[in-house]
Write a protein that binds this ligand. Structure first.
Ligand code: PEP
Ligand code: MN
Length: 357
């Protein structure tokens, strides 16, 4: 006969208790000592905190099992003005969790500040000459982050799958040559250590947006993560996937709109510009837009990049190749370096018009 579980009742209670998040807003005149005391008290109770400093007040997110949070007198701690539960299904990514937008640093580049950040490079890393030369071109045109895939999620198993670890090493060489920090895709939990050794930011591709074990794994990484929207995912699905990463403790997450599947076949995907203002309102995370995969046709990438910035995007991801007809992936959508330089000029003009730079 099977034995009943030997776990103590309290632990079972915790295991099945729903997760809950409360937002503490401190009084405008709360002292640093009071804020430290609030945090210490909450930790003594076995709950986690995440502190955000706004212009006037400090917001403290309190995270833990609902039954534990409910029984604690959070509102009675000196310096606390209000305690409000986050009722949305996504909690840690919700805008109210921080009460402000939070920039994410990739190397020394801040994504989500006033400046529109441009990440650029080829779809795939193909050779030393190719990646170093394109890295120089995009840096000279104004990109501040280098992209390039070493592990490639291809529709066909017979297409080029990427150079793997050799590609990561070449990305690190290109960073050495240009000073640009590197973002690259991780496709599998087994790749984390290798990608962490060479890259500055992890990219989760559209096809892996709901690979929950991968999301949890990068949630335990020290590196920032850019999460791309799945091609058939709703905005809510995207936010719930981001929640997995934050729930593991990694708050350095950016969301990327890269086009969704619609009935339209003229373009590769349909860039969902609607997602930009919606995400900016719903979450504190920076919003990146990838108009290259969004439209899939090089001659139409620049206007969509400009539109994304006008709609409030914090950063752009643009594919560039120095000989697109020879590219091992996505050649038809890659911009030539000179066309990329024109795109950057156009984007900067729009950025200024909307109070960014
Ligand atoms: C890419 O950035 O090269 C890529 C594969 O993008 P996505 O995951 O958006 O298709
Ligand atoms: Mn690509």
């Amino acid at each position: 006969m099977r034995q009943k579980s030997a776990l103590p009742a309290r632990r079972i209670g915790l295991m099945f208790s729903p997760f809950s998040v409360m937002i503490i807003v401190t009084k405008p005149d709360a002292t640093d000592d009071q804020i430290q005391h609030i945090v210490n008290r909450i930790h003594e109770w076995g709950l986690r905190t995440e502190v955000s400093h706004g212009a006037v007040r400090v917001v403290i997110g309190v995270i833990g099992p609902e039954d534990l949070i409910r029984e604690k007198p959070l509102a009675a701690i000196p310096g606390v003005e209000s305690v409000t539960p986050v009722l949305k299904p996504y909690k840690l990514v919700a805008h109210e969790f921080r009460g402000t937008h939070s920039p994410v640093n990739i190397g020394d580049v801040a994504v989500g500040g006033k400046e529109i950040v441009i990440m650029s490079g080829p779809c795939s890393v193909e050779s030393r000459e190719q990646i170093v030369s394109i890295a120089r071109d995009v840096r000279n045109a104004g990109a501040t982050i280098l992209r390039g895939g070493a592990f490639k999620p291809r529709t066909s198993p017979y297409s080029f799958q990427g150079l793997g670890v050799d590609g990561l090493k070449l990305l690190a060489e290109a960073r050495e040559a240009t000073g640009l920090p590197v973002i690259t895709e991780i496709m599998d939990t087994k790749q984390l250590e290798e990608v962490e050794a060479y890259a500055d930011c992890l990219q989760i591709g559209a096809r892996n947006m709901q690979n929950f074990s991968l999301l949890k794994e990068v949630g335990r990484s020290k590196l920032p993560v850019m999460l791309k929207r799945g091609m058939s995912a709703t905005i809510k699905d995207l936010l719930m996937s981001a929640e997995y990463i934050l729930a593991e403790g990694n708050f350095n997450v950016m969301l990327c709109e890269r086009g969704i599947r619609t009935f339209e076949t003229y373009t590769r995907n349909t860039l969902d510009l609607n997602a930009i203002p919606v995400l900016k309102a719903e979450t504190h995370l920076p919003v990146v837009v990838d108009p290259t995969h969004g439209i899939g046709l090089r001659e139409h990438v620049a206007p969509m990049a400009a539109a994304a910035v006008a709609a409030g995007a914090d950063a752009l991801m643009i594919e560039v190749h120095n000989s697109p007809e020879l590219a091992k992936s996505d050649g038809e959508q890659a911009l030539l370096p000179d066309d990329f330089a024109d795109l950057v000029r156009r984007v900067r003009a729009v950025a200024q018009a909307v109070g960014r730079c």
